[in-house]
Design a protein around this ligand. Sequence first.
Ligand SMILES: [Zn+2]
Ligand SMILES: [Zn+2]
Length: 369
Amino acid sequence: MTATTRALVYLAPDQPLADRTLTLGAPRPGEVQVRLRASGVCHSDLHSRDGDWGTPTPIVLGHEGAGVVERVGEGVRDVVPGDHVVLAWAAPCRRCRHCVAGKAWACRNNRCEDNLLPDGTARLAMDGEPVLQHIGLGTFSERAVVAESAVIPLPKEIPWDVASLLGCGVATGVGAVFNSAQVRPGDAVAVIGCGGVGLSAVMGARAAGAHPVIAIDLSPEKLALAEELGATHTVLGGDDPAAVVAAVRDIVDDGVDHAFECAGHPATMSLSTAVLGVGGTAVLVGMPPSGTKFALDPLALSMSGQRVVGCTYGASVPAVDFPRLARLYLAGLLPVGELISHRIGLGEVDQALDALRRRERARSVVMFD
Ligand SMILES: [Zn+2]
Ligand SMILES: [Zn+2]
């Protein structure tokens, strides 16, 4: 049985997202149909929208979703209709050596980078032609059919808007702190770039017991929000990186143990290494356009025994980490709701992306009826 779904289709960079009714194929074996209730608007949607990553079209963007299971395909055992789930965009195969070793984020045995389901097809179609699903999801849509390993059950008391953010921005920022850096209580932390992911890193650093937690951004408003979410100090960025480094060293004179680069810009990547103390680690979390390079002082890095590590999806294992994030939220240790600055309708995604491009708004979340 074929269903339909209202969805936003990205056709070309110079056109608004097209509000269309698409056909939605039934879930095949190992797939799950979800009725979306909320979808965050993430910076990766903007990169795709702006052509930074050569995203193919037509495609339904959106990859930060939560909703209710409506139907399950043959053989699905993890969920049943009615379950509340958050979606994971890197649906792990659960069989490859990375998955078996507990590194689900490293799984390449899926087709999410091609914006397809694991079997290499998509369930969406427009005028009989297939429509891609952003990173295997496509949550700017009332419904989505996704891989079974992409749906993670959550407690029903988690609000939908909060649940959606657990699936990308929060998983990425908090996971960078817990998984990539393994921050310990009392470690000194700097977070550079206070969008949704950076603010999540601030929350994670606070939850991990880091001190100080220094938030760095170009926007006084975002720094104020960072303080509400757990930053102990703030540094207003600017054109002079040396001044930012000096301001950080005024707070921690020998530099920080961990710096989280959450802006995805070459200048802040370099800055993330410059604020480190001896033995410190810079974690590159922000996603730049393809082909970006940044300047690094290799002698200083070697002499100080520092590390620069990449981080995708907060090095998360969704089935393990998403329920952990939900528990931390319920315990009051991750005030995710504070991240949400705008709750919008599906027709307002383009405006939310425009705001993100202007570095405005912490997080906009589409709320479905
Ligand atoms: Zn995202
Ligand atoms: Zn795998």
